[in-house]
Design a protein around this ligand. Sequence first.
Ligand code: ADP
Ligand code: ADP
Length: 226
Amino acid sequence: QGIIEVENLTRRFVSKRSETVALDNVSLSVAAGEFVTIAGPSGCGKSTMLKIVAGLTAATSGKVHLYGKPVKGPQKEIGFAFQRSALLEWRGVRKNILLQGEMRGMDRAHAARRADELIELTGLKGFEQALPHELSGGMQQRVALCRALLHEPKVLLMDEPFGALDALTREHMNLEMNRIWRETGTTIVLVTHSVAEAVYLGNRIVVMTPRPGRIAEIIEPGLPDD
Ligand code: ADP
Ligand code: ADP
């Protein structure tokens, strides 16, 4: 039994002109401590699946269980960083990160220490007071990652978290993600359009195809073929 169980998930978007099957009967089980990457071209339903798991949007049919309980609305065990994670425009970097601690009632001193660690880790030192509009898209994304990790969530969901970063920073962040995963035992599900990135990061790679959104293949590197 996985800690995340996705069962026969279907999500349709219907408009006057068309119907899109973003997810077509997708099932997936994620075990504790896994780093699962979901790769595939634009439109294959990666974001939709992650949002449903996070409890941010509903499925048309199918079920998602987190720690054995059906997901209905945002979950406290989950941290998430999405492509366009909204930052509060009137708050500086550090205060945006600390927002997570305020929402979750974390000890202030602990949250502050953790925020400073994460700021250091993600190269945001010197930008603590900067407002989101003063930062590049990539830097905003790093703030969102810090915010997602502040409360040390058991499960971290990420949707193209470093998509806006330059190649070098992206590589650095990927190394960092790998370290965070190994050292904290956080279960991670990360969505990317880059199969190379998915293979580099994941201990299991879910490859999806669009129209309709389906799982084409699940790759487990290191397991011998037979
Ligand atoms: P991916 O993350 O793999 O790019 P998405 O999950 O964003 O894919 O989208 C899957 C499909 O569902 C796409 O065809 C997309 O246009 C459609 N879709 C996603 N969100 C919506 C929405 N809110 N309204 C209408 N169609 C949507
Ligand atoms: P992008 O997402 O636009 O590709 P990055 O977030 O990777 O950019 O930023 C590249 C580097 O440029 C940052 O590490 C930072 O040093 C510098 N930088 C970007 N935006 C700003 C800014 N508004 N003020 C100061 N330095 C910045």
